[in-house]
Design a protein around this ligand. Sequence first.
Ligand SMILES: O=C(O)Cc1cc(O)ccc1O
Ligand SMILES: [Fe+2]
Length: 437
Amino acid sequence: MSEPATGPRYLTGFDNEHETEALEGALPRGRFSPQRVPYGLYAEQFSSTAFTAPRASNRRTWLYRIRPSVVQGDYAPYPEGSPLLATGPQRTNTPPNMLRWDPLPLPEVDVDLVDSLTTVASCGDALAQQGMGIHLYAANRSMQDRYFYCADGEWLLIPQQGELRLRTECGVLDVAPGFVAVIPRGMKFAVDLPTGPARGYVCENYGAPFVLPERGPVGANGYANDRDFEYPVAHYEDREGDIELLCKFAGHLYRAPIDHSPLDVVAWTGNSAPYRYDLSRFNVIGSVSYDHPDPSILTVLTSPSETEGVANVDFVIFPPRWMVAENTFRPPWFHRNVMNEYMGLIEGVYDAKETGFLPGGGSLHNCMSPHGPEAAVFEKASNATLKPERYVDTLAFMLESRYLIQPTPWALETSLRQRDYCRCWEGLTRHFDPTRP
Ligand SMILES: O=C(O)Cc1cc(O)ccc1O
Ligand SMILES: [Fe+2]
């Protein structure tokens, strides 16, 4: 267990069968469901995979709580929720154009993270448990007397500005920019903003829960190491009041009244729990000889599809690292891909795009749409004197999917869309001269 001087404590190890209790002796020993649970708690199983999923991919947690989750009111639609939250499939045509957006401005009115959700795009179909939704948030208010869960998918939160404190059924996670957090499908939580306004991205993974990619010949270590994934210790809220439980279900928001905090889990054991990961812990593996490797080498987490090696979603990062490849065009190469790529920027500048791709912004290059370094980057990288160079002040990410990523009507129409994006490649003029090899 890691114990920072202040703030929440964490259990470490990806997908471990963790166990934790906020009151000594609260966790039943030797069985999950004794006739009577210590301290008068209720036992509740939380299943993130089918009961019969293979052992290696099975995820479930036993929660020991003050009241079972069924103690709540009926759901009613929550039409006041963000009108820009969408699930898909999108009804508008998906253009093949390369797309890019400026960041969302920070809000001028009080709004919490859930109410601020703005969907840029989605792929697949939440109802078929395939694909993902890509949302932006820009919020300035903590969630008070309201909690949320998403039945449509697991949430990967990628903060770009401002810290998030995630109060969840399993405990508390602090997530600053440079960290990511994953909340299992269906887990109840609230988001506080301890450092003021916050902005970032949410990948709502409709498919199989994220796992760590295989390492192949790289061996037993490297990429994202299992031990660096941090899970919260049990922490419970024992309070009653006029409280709201929000949920996203089949693409729509609902609200149910509840007269107590749903974060009343005193102890839990299992492997389906929220976790956070410090992206600076990623062990970057790259070329130490020549050529620019495929970006899959930078995969932090992958949600597999039924086809081996073809992801439902890959979460890939482009962190600070050394570039040493000799006689090599070092930036990302020009590219057309059967897979679909949404990119965001957490910090600094991305090596393929030195202008126009801004922290908090995003770009989308869908199936077979060409993309690559902008003209100025091509010019510079083709003529640079190649010596070892450390890329610093940079942290971009990519959400890559086998399913076409469909922008929402908002994303196509918003004034944040850079309608001149294509022009960044305009200066790529011909250099061909058949007389000079
Ligand atoms: O910028 C992109 O489009 C992502 C990307 C990065 C890279 O290093 C190689 C290929 C690729 O698609
Ligand atoms: Fe690409």
